[in-house]
Design a protein around this ligand. Structure first.
Ligand code: GLN
Length: 284
């Protein structure tokens, strides 16, 4: 066997080579992505890479980086190539069984936290995916019971894994359920449901094709799942409890109307950092 010839001799050179390869393949965020990949090859946190720029780059590192760059240039999302992604202060294991956690959902959580004035003893995360919202709730309210629901058993297995990874497994109950059931059980229901209109799914960036369709496809107008969930969430909440949902561009007002129809009061619509009316909350 012949040794692989390393183009790069150090971590910093490997970053430069990887960035160039991504640039040639038409990617834009090339420095960020190549630092993430090189750091992971070396078992370092990306933030620690700058201090280790002179670290020797071996042929084993080079082989791994090439495998990952081949995946990435085939448009596998960076999160799946790395196998992990951050949600708030939790690093989560992610696979194509779950949606990659998005920064908007971090905003959803912050909004829900700041609107909960009373004691929180029971929280549901509907469509938990990798478990991000459930973990965040368990971390924020250590004495609360958290129920993480998902239609996908593979997603639930991964969410449970992530809870174990963060020592929060004992606090979270994992339940396979299409949406949510129960009567007057929760103080807070969080839901990042599929909300992309079916017709829009194919026109989006190629990376999206790697993510589970069941986590994205919201039917004809994108709100099919939200429409079913809102009345169920109303029943599952205790009087005074709140529902917080994330939706897409143009869906804020229609979702606000759905909450009002279901009997929610104090229904509010909040923009995300990009100015899209994305978060809808209401009180039972
Ligand atoms: N925010 C995601 C996107 O637009 C959609 C997530 C979802 O449907 N819940 O790619």
């Amino acid at each position: 066997m012949t040794a692989v010839e390393c183009v790069a001799q150090t971590a910093a050179e490997a970053v430069a080579v990887a960035a160039q390869r991504l640039k040639t393949a038409g990617f834009s965020n090339t420095l960020f992505e190549s630092k993430q990949l090189v750091a992971r090859c070396l078992g370092l946190a990306p933030a620690g890479l700058d201090l280790e720029s002179a670290r020797p780059w071996t042929s084993a590192n080079e082989i791994l980086l090439n495998v990952w760059l081949n995946q990435r240039t085939s448009r596998v999302p960076l999160a799946y190539v790395l196998g992990e992604w951050d949600f708030l202060h939790f690093t989560l294991t992610v696979t194509p069984d779950v949606l990659i956690p998005r920064p908007e959902t971090e905003e959803l959580f912050s909004l829900a936290v700041s609107s909960m004035k009373n004691e929180v003893t029971a929280v549901a995360d509907v469509g938990t995916g990798a478990g991000g919202l459930a973990l965040a709730a368990a971390g924020r309210w250590p004495s609360a019971r958290v129920v993480a629901l998902d239609v996908s058993s593979a997603a639930l297995a991964l969410a449970r894994w992530n809870a174990r990874r963060w020592g929060l497994e004992h606090q979270i109950l994992f339940v396979q359920n299409d949406l949510i059931s129960g009567d007057a059980e929760y103080d807070l229901v969080l839901a990042n449901l599929p909300y992309v209109a079916t017709s829009e799914l194919n026109g989006l960036e190629p990376e999206l094709a790697w993510e589970p369709r069941v986590a994205l496809d919201g039917g004809v107008d994108g709100l099919a799942v939200v429409r079913r969930c809102v009345p169920l969430a109303w029943h599952a909440l205790r009087p005074g409890g709140q529902l917080w949902l994330e939706v897409g561009r143009g869906q804020g007002e229609p979702t606000r109307a759905l909450l009002r129809q279901a009997g929610f009061r104090e229904v509010t619509l909040c923009p995300d950092f990009a100015g899209i009316q994305r978060f809808v909350g209401g009180t039972r």
